[in-house]
Structure formats: structure tokens, C-alpha cells
Ligand binder design. Structure first.
Ligand code: GDP
Ligand code: CA
Length: 313
């Protein structure tokens, strides 16, 4: 059975990560997750992408909403509002327990990786969920009104202001964890999920050493596949399409593929974008055209199989 490493942001990443978890043997999937979105709320460390992946792989996610826990209640949020606390970043009652637990342990000096692995095991997840680094990396975006913390732009301002520049504070000081290095070097396939290439995959690839580890794995014969989050010239959800445009990049699967030149062997794109396949191949990647919109577990698993077959055949 193949050992698989996936690189993921939140919603798009978690969907394919679940597909991969459904098709590999229990324990053979490691998911490296973006932590550039992390921010403090109510004095607590909140890691939105890590938690989206965690709740999705644990089968606890609210799939309609796309984030948080299914069956969540909001009593604490109502009380925070009465206390005059800002509540634009919604934290459900049960979700809050995780933020309290993780904040306490990280402040006591434990590595974020240790806490993430432990929490995933406690919630019954066989896959390894690995934060991209233990050190804080914080994504900020420059808009026409100035620099904003990621969640202020993404959630509070509903990602409406145009993004003119992306900064990844702390990325240069972050270090590749031994857990990620080991997983990448041992991987039989490496999958870049259909996550935002600029603010989900970008921060992961900015951690010093990750590109080198992936390169070493490739030299040993492991293939890297990336799946396009842009389908038919649009993001299925979120700001990836508008970000590519405002940063001067092409808003298409080809535009995404260009960002991964020299890193990936296989580029998986939707049927809607079949006409772009020859251009993608000219970038030096094998193009795979398939149905890439994941609507249920069957389509998540089907896409995961296509991706793994392309890496392993
Ligand atoms: P976030 O951190 O929650 O914003 O999520 P990600 O960065 O992981 O994923 C966002 C991207 O997922 C968006 O650009 C979407 O276009 C993409 N996405 C969501 N669902 C699907 C899907 O079913 N198929 C594909 N190909 N992309 C998807
Ligand atoms: Ca995110």
C-alpha cells in the first residue's frame, strides 16, 4: 500500500484529503496543513485550516457550512457578544474546547505538531495531521486600504478588498519539522490538494526545507501531483480566482500550473479545462483531465484514485 503525503489548506484541501484517507490503508496518509491563517481570538490560538482538516478527517465537519463541527451550538458566541467582544470570527461551543485545550498546551511549551497529532488521535483519525511548522507563520495581505491580518481580510471583510501583495511573516524563521521531513522522504506519492495556491499552498512551500525535501523524494522516484482549485476559470468557492487576477496571474488551471513548475510531475485538471492540457504539458508536467468537483465521498475517493494512479503508474 502506498504511503501518501498531501499538502492542504482548509476546505478544498480537506475534501481531497478525505478522499485520500478513504482510499489508502489506515495510517498511510500524512496531511501537511497551512498554519498561515492562524490568529488569536478571545486570547486563544485558533488554527482554521488545521481544524477544517481535523474535523473533516474525523467525520465531524459541518459539510454544508464548510467549516466547524456538525451539530454545533453557539451559546458561548452569544455570551461573548453580551460581553462586548467582537464575534465576526464565529467559534462554536464545542469548537471552543479545542482552542482552549490547544492554547493551554502550546503556551506550556508543547510543539504545535505534538498537540495536533495527539488531538487527531483522540478524535479517532488514523491519518497524521501535521502543521506546516511549529513556529508561528502569519499571512497578511496588502489591500488598497493597507495591510491586514489574514482573517480580518478573509472573514471580517469577506475577502472583498483586492489583494495587491501577500506577506508571510515568520516564514523564514520557521523550520521543517522532523515529522514532515520523514513523511515526505518516505512518501510513495505527494499530492498538492486543490487549495488556494497563494495563501494555502504558498505558505507551506515557503517553510525553508520543504521544497528540498520534496525534491529529494522526487529524485528517489516519488511523483508529485497537484490538483487545480480553478475549474472553468473560477474558484469553486473563496477568493483564489480574484487573487490570481489582482496579483497579475492568469485566472485558469494553467495559471495555477505555472506556479508549480519545477515542483510537480502531474497536474490534474477538470474536464471543463481540457483545452488547456497541451499548454500545461508544455510546462513540463503530465496533464490529467478528469472530473474534479467533489460533491460527496464517492467523488472525493474517485478523484483521490485518479491522482494516486497518476503518481504510482
Ligand atoms: P480554505 O483554506 O478553506 O480557503 O480552503 P483551501 O485553500 O484548501 O481551498 C480553497 C479552494 O478549494 C478554492 O479555490 C476552491 O476552488 C477549491 N475547491 C473547493 N472544492 C473543490 C472541489 O470539489 N474540486 C476542486 N478542484 N477544487 C475545489
Ligand atoms: Ca485557509
Amino acid at each position: 500500500m502506498p504511503r501518501v503525503v498531501a499538502l492542504a489548506g482548509g476546505v478544498g484541501g480537506a475534501k481531497l484529503a478525505l478522499g485520500l484517507q478513504l482510499v489508502v490503508a489506515p495510517g498511510d496518509l500524512s496531511v501537511v496543513v497551512n498554519t498561515g491563517d492562524d490568529q488569536e481570538f478571545h486570547g486563544l490560538l485558533v488554527c482554521p485550516d488545521l481544524d477544517t482538516v481535523l474535523y473533516t478527517l474525523a467525520g465531524l465537519a459541518d459539510r454544508e457550512r464548510g467549516w466547524g463541527l456538525a451539530g454545533e451550538t453557539w451559546a458561548a458566541a452569544a455570551q461573548f457578544a453580551r460581553l462586548g467582544e467582537p464575534t465576526w470570527f464565529q467559534l462554536g461551543d464545542r469548537d471552543l474546547a479545542l482552542h482552549v485545550h490547544r492554547s493551554r498546551r502550546v503556551r506550556a511549551g508543547e510543539r504545535l505538531t505534538t498537540v495536533a497529532l495527539d488531538v487527531a488521535a483522540r478524535l479517532g483519525v488514523a491519518s497524521r495531521i501535521l502543521p506546516m511548522a511549529d513556529e508561528p507563520v502569519r499571512t497578511r495581505v496588502r489591500t488598497p486600504d493597507g495591510w491586514l491580518n489574514f482573517q480580518d481580510w478573509f472573514v471580517r471583510l469577506r475577502h472583498e478588498p483586492a489583494v495587491l501583495e501577500v506577506a508571510l511573516d515568520g516564514a523564514e524563521e520557521a523550520r521543517l519539522t522532523t515529522e514532515i521531513e520523514g513523511a515526505v522522504v518516505d512518501a510513495d506519492a505527494i499530492v498538492i490538494c486543490p487549495s488556494n495556491p497563494l495563501v494555502s499552498i504558498g505558505p507551506i512551500l515557503a517553510v525553508p526545507g520543504i521544497r528540498g525535501a520534496i525534491g529529494e523524494s522526487r529524485r528517489g522516484g516519488t511523483r508529485v501531483a497537484a490538483v487545480s482549485p480553478i475549474v472553468g476559470g473560477r474558484a469553486l468557492r473563496g477568493p483564489a480566482d480574484r487573487m490570481l487576477a489582482s496579483l497579475g496571474e492568469e485566472v485558469s488551471a494553467l495559471g495555477v500550473a505555472r506556479r508549480y513548475v519545477g515542483l510537480v510531475d502531474v497536474f490534474v485538471m477538470d474536464q471543463a479545462d481540457a483545452a488547456l492540457a497541451p499548454d500545461v504539458e508544455r510546462l513540463g508536467m503530465r496533464a490529467i483531465v478528469t472530473r474534479s468537483v467533489m460533491t460527496d465521498d464517492a467523488s472525493r475517493a474517485a478523484l483521490a484514485r485518479v491522482v494516486l494512479d497518476a503518481c504510482l503508474s
